[in-house]
Design a protein around this ligand. Structure first.
Ligand code: UDX
Length: 451
């Protein structure tokens, strides 16, 4: 099928490449000239395992093309995806400027019936607004072409985007049009072979499904973070509690890891947008508000522990930081807990020496000018001359560190672990004062080995 994707961000680019890979003819459109030039030359603007070869191979076969020409994009399409950004507005509501701009463009250039599919995460009712915008644009041209606007939310996870998109656990299609359903069944047939993963529902339910999924996952995390704080005060160990509750299949082991709060481009933005939507229809979403508040507080937990350790005096301290990305296997630092921590440390007069396996470039782009940030080439280099270490992202590279070297390098031999990477007795045995989330703090035992 001939497919056009508007927007080459995480969702659009991965979707385009994965559809091309099964044989569809895909044209990706973006307004960013430099990005399109780069993509044509095989440069992928994001770090995402497996994406580079997928784009390169399909581009070489001519099945995946990139353009800034919106008219060409609209005319190419039998199915046209909207995968442009929906950044949060001032008040937390989703900003639909880009989505509606593409809808106007579609109306300007379409000259045949079209299936318009929304992949961006948008508030309930957006498909209707897109349809109205297209209808108006067509009327202004004196046309009455047929078109459908379908909601087809994307559930991919960053860092596993290609795999998630190639093997979705469900494909949600929101439409009441039999024609659109037929077209999308054909489009997704290669991904829908062993059992039917297509869930066809009304448009508004599909739109809400995406928010409900993210809000439920965010709720699990905020709930666990609250339990972790409670466990700490009560002298319990959240890791034991986590295993104890995860063993109940109604709860499950997934997404109950306590930590430094959720980050990324989806959960913070989508929970806020859903709160805003609830308010707009006169409801007070009490659970969602609590999820959001717990997360804002949780993102500050490591800072507060470090501050308490130094009795409120962080001026001149050097804090090493392991992990800048909001989670492993991505270079994305949007709403990353590392940023909350660094910004709080800087405001308190401390400086930061950070290492991340892939997000160093992104950190340089965001904070490159700051004199109180040093980006270090390796985890151990970040410890040289540092007083204490904070661990923010659970990269594999941090899982089995050389505790003796750590104890030798860190002036105060203090480790604040926001991801519970080690059994507390292990760093303690090497003379490190080890503080993690929801577990009893482990004081250093004896002298540091390696001294
Ligand atoms: C999420 C959803 O998983 C995905 O389905 C949706 O399409 C987009 O949003 P993503 O933002 O890529 O994906 O990351 P995810 O792996 O879900 O992690 C989100 C955040 O939650 C991260 O900051 C992570 O560290 C945190 N998290 C996750 C926890 O703190 N504890 C957990 O148990 C799981």
């Amino acid at each position: 099928m001939k497919v056009t994707v508007f927007g080459t961000g995480y969702v659009g680019l991965v979707q385009g490449a994965v559809l091309a890979d099964v044989g569809h003819e895909v044209l990706c459109v973006d307004v960013d000239e430099a990005k399109v030039q780069g993509l044509r030359a095989g440069r992928i603007p994001i770090y995402e395992p497996g994406l580079q070869p997928l784009v390169a191979d399909n581009a070489a076969l001519g099945r995946l093309r990139f353009t800034t020409d919106a008219a060409e994009g609209v005319r190419h399409a039998e199915v046209l995806f909207l995968a442009v950004g929906t950044p949060p507005g001032e008040d937390g509501s989703a900003d639909l400027r880009h989505v509606l701009a593409v809808a106007r463009t579609v109306a300007q250039y379409m000259d045949e019936p079209l299936c318009i599919v929304n992949k961006s995460t948008v508030p309930v009712g957006t498909a209707d607004r897109v349809a109205a915008t297209v209808r108006e644009g067509l009327a202004a041209r004196g046309l009455a072409l047929e078109f459908d606007v379908v909601s087809n939310p994307e559930f991919l996870k960053e860092g596993a985007a290609v795999a998630d998109c190639q093997r979705p656990d469900r494909i949600v299609i929101g439409t009441d049009s039999a024609r659109a359903e037929r077209q999308l069944r054909e489009l997704y047939a290669p991904f829908n072979r062993n059992h039917d993963k297509l869930l066809v529902m009304d448009v508004r339910s599909a739109e809400l499904t995406k928010y409900a999924a993210n809000a439920m996952l965010a709720t699990k995390i905020s709930f666990m973070n609250e339990m972790a704080n409670l466990a700490e005060q009560l002298g319990a160990d959240i890791e034991a509690v986590r295993q104890g509750i995860g063993s109940d299949p109604r709860i499950g082991y997934h997404f109950i890891y306590p930590g430094v709060g959720y980050g990324g481009s989806c959960f913070p933005k989508d929970v806020q947008a859903l709160i805003h939507t609830a308010h707009s229809v006169g409801l007070r979403p009490m659970v969602l508000e609590a999820v959001e508040q717990r997360n804002a507080a949780q993102q500050r937990v490591l800072f507060e522990r470090i501050l308490a350790h130094y009795q409120g005096q962080l001026q001149g301290k050097v804090i090493a930081l392991w992990g800048l990305a909001f989670k492993p296997n991505t270079d994305d630092m949007r709403a990353a807990p590392s940023r909350t921590l660094m910004e709080a440390l800087w405001a308190a007069g401390a400086s930061v020496q950070a290492h991340d396996p892939v997000a160093m470039e992104e950190a340089r782009r965001l904070y490159g000018q700051r004199p109180d940030l040093r980006l270090c080439a390796s985890p151990l280099q970040a410890l040289e001359g540092a007083d204490a270490l904070a661990i923010v992202t659970e990269w594999k590279a941090f899982r089995v560190p050389d505790f003796a070297r750590m104890a030798a390098l860190l002036r105060d031999r203090a480790v604040f672990d926001g991801r519970n990477l080690y059994p507390p007795e292990l760093p303690a045995r090497h003379g490190l004062h080890y503080v993690s989330i929801g577990r009893p703090a482990a004081a250093a035992q004896g002298q540091a080995s390696g001294q």
